[in-house]
Design a protein around this ligand. Structure first.
Ligand SMILES: N[C@@H](CCC(=O)N[C@@H](CS)C(=O)NCC(=O)O)C(=O)O
Length: 233
């Protein structure tokens, strides 16, 4: 039997990874359908007019056209939370809820721009098109742009397991999804400088909710980049 939720995108997208983790956390069954981001088909652009992955179709609402679809990982996760409230991915407390949304936004914008745009893209997009990886750009980003991003989030952990204390939330899922993007090809942040972050990433890498996505990523990446790059030098 096919699942009623279909996620369009690629496992290599940290935004898809975030959505997959929320679905896995909630025990929702889903199918993935690949979208070629270099040449998005018209039917996909009609449901994701900003030309971004991922987008979701809930076939229990509609099976064709834009009806039953939602674009943008944050919109999708917000939808999933309302559709299936337990276990919760968002805190009930208004302040903590606001903080979770802020950290989600920080991960999706600032961390994604540096990690995804400045490290993953120059290496993997090159590999996908048969070119040499742009290691100069990746090294510069790793050594200059990522450290202030990691400093900012490191201080939030402050001896607690999750970003908002003892309870896992969308903040952790979003931040982990972005940290994994660079970890997959260049390893974790240096544990000597960012000990809490390195520990957090290790815990998230082992968490059940990320396994389906990470296994799919590892399979895809093994063909393109058999070994991780040392970008610290
Ligand atoms: N705000 C969007 C961002 C999604 C996004 O930027 N996705 C990237 C892939 S990781 C994309 O679709 N890029 C298309 C392109 O660069 O042409 C979300 O949260 O879903």
């Amino acid at each position: 039997m096919t699942a009623s939720l279909i996620l369009f995108g690629s496992p290599l997208s940290p935004f898809q990874r975030k959505v997959e983790a929320v679905m896995a956390l909630k025990g929702l069954d889903y199918d993935c359908q690949a979208i070629n981001i270099m040449a998005m088909p018209d039917w996909y652009l009609a449901i994701s007019p900003l030309a971004r992955i991922p987008a979701l179709r809930d076939t229990s609402i509609a099976t064709e056209g834009s009806e039953g679809t939602i674009a943008d990982s944050s919109a999708i996760c917000g939808y999933l939370e309302k559709k299936c409230s337990a276990p919760a991915a968002y805190p009930d407390d208004p302040y903590l809820h606001g903080r979770a949304l802020w950290l989600e936004e920080y991960a999706d914008s600032a961390m994604a721009m540096a990690g995804g745009g400045g490290v993953f893209r120059p290496i993997i997009f090159a590999a996908m098109t048969g070119k040499e990886p742009d290691l100069d750009t990746a090294r510069k980003t790793w050594n200059e742009k990522l450290p202030p991003r990691w400093d900012y989030i490191e201080q939030h952990l402050d001896g607690q397991p999750y970003f908002l204390g003892d309870t896992l939330s969308i903040a952790d899922i979003s931040i982990a999804a972005q940290l994994m993007q660079t970890d997959l090809i260049a390893g974790p942040p240096d544990a000597a400088k960012w000990p809490a972050l390195a520990r957090f990433l290790e815990t998230m890498n082992a968490h059940e909710m990320f396994q389906r996505n990470l296994i799919a990523c590892q399979k895809m990446l093994a063909k393109m980049v058999p070994e991780k790059f040392d970008l610290s030098a």
